[in-house]
Design a protein around this ligand. Structure first.
Ligand SMILES: [Zn+2]
Length: 103
């Protein structure tokens, strides 16, 4: 089938090839098709790295959604310590500055 297609293609374009050249090209193209088929079956065989990455991101997002606002800093991620002369600001020790904590 591939060889018929090739012969037709050569005839349409008026390309003259010897039988040896023709067979070599047919073999090359067949090998190319085989390679593509192999790659496709490989891709369908299991989850691709991209799909795995998406799963991981979804998990992270879900985790982020379930987090609660830090009661210690009300989600600001900072603590303001009021001293007698000046006030100092520091990262919240409870949520380490993220403003959210795991439930
Ligand atoms: Zn906090």
């Amino acid at each position: 089938m591939l060889e018929d297609f090739l012969r037709e293609l050569f005839e349409i374009n008026k390309i003259k090839v010897t039988d040896v050249q023709f067979n070599e090209m047919a073999e090359d193209i067949q090998g190319y098709f085989d390679m593509i088929n192999e790659m496709e079956s490989y891709q369908h065989a299991g989850p691709s790295p991209v799909q795995e990455e998406n799963k991981q991101l979804k998990k992270e997002l879900e985790k982020e959604k379930n987090k609660q606002v830090c009661p210690n800093c009300q989600g600001t991620g900072r603590n303001i310590i009021n001293g007698p002369y000046h006030s100092a600001e520091s990262f919240c020790f409870k949520c380490s500055g993220s403003g959210k904590i795991d439930p």
